[in-house]
Design a protein around this ligand. Sequence first.
Ligand SMILES: *Cc1c(COP(=O)(O)O)cnc(C)c1O
Length: 353
Amino acid sequence: MTITEEIKINTVASSKVSTLDFGNIPLGRTFTDHMFICDYHDGKWNEPRVEPLDHIPTHPAAMALHYGQAIFEGMKATITGEGVPMLFRADKNAARLNFSARRMGMPEFPEELFVEGLKALVKTERSWIPPQDGSALYLRPFMYADEPFIGMRAATSFKFIIIASPAGPFFSNRIKLYAEKHYIRAAEGGTGEAKAAGNYAAAIRPTEIAKSKGYDQVLWLDAHEHKYIQEVGTMNIFFKINGAFVTPSKDGAILDGITRMSVMDVLRGKGYEVIERPITIDEIATASKNGTLEEAFGTGTAVGIAYIQEIGWGEQTIHVSDESPVGVDVNNTLNAIKTGKTTDQFNWMTPVV
Ligand SMILES: *Cc1c(COP(=O)(O)O)cnc(C)c1O
């Protein structure tokens, strides 16, 4: 029996999709009719199934609530002009989920089943995929410890779930970042490389503070010297200095973004030099002053590419740029690949058939 045949599908009697205004989708608040769900107990994953999305009874001692064994992924399904749903680099998300699982002492999820579960859910929710350019069906695979137990050890029962939420075209206003000198996101040896729920819990308060100062996101600096640039909120970061692109090298604390790796390929394909190396905030301030800082943008699944206008750093305001022509071009290329409007030269897309 193949894994696909093992996925049981139990659909709703009547879909809620007719209640969705595709021209005005409230971000992150609308969920499709179904979820994919699988339970880990007795040392293995059991009963993969697509079923109506519903509340899940939770024991008050469920370990994820107390000790934070919880990880997630974020990805998107798009649809081509011919109506074929597509997944973008799903194998990379499958591998990263398991990287996170290992770091957090959680069981790995079979990567083939991860992709087949996504396909089964996307096929069921095909009518929920918004067709406009730049819009998509956001997919949120996640895993958490649901064993009721008080005590510090790895849990023995978990749930793996995928939910889906339609997302309209994202109009990125140019963003302002606040370079954080006090709080840190991650340190070497910590959990910064894992997409672990707790990383985001720790970032919420600093982000609220940055927002109260008029910024959109925190620019995270390294934990030791508050000097090396790591990443932004839920995005990696690129700078164009003197014609070439630089992005912070993976230092053991930044998240290995799939958009990051894809943007490096797209930029190189367009003839740009891309260098991964440590980048200090002083270097960016200097490049801004001497006119060699040409653009900067954040990269991540949720927004694609977010163009950076300026960075607040202590008393200084580092002006980046008022336009991001290369960023816009790369974003258009990524969207065209995702909707089948240009050839998928990198072989990134998986049709859901
Ligand atoms: C998810 C995430 C990213 C972006 O990763 P993508 O795979 O490109 O979506 C970057 N940084 C952090 C902290 C993230 O959680």
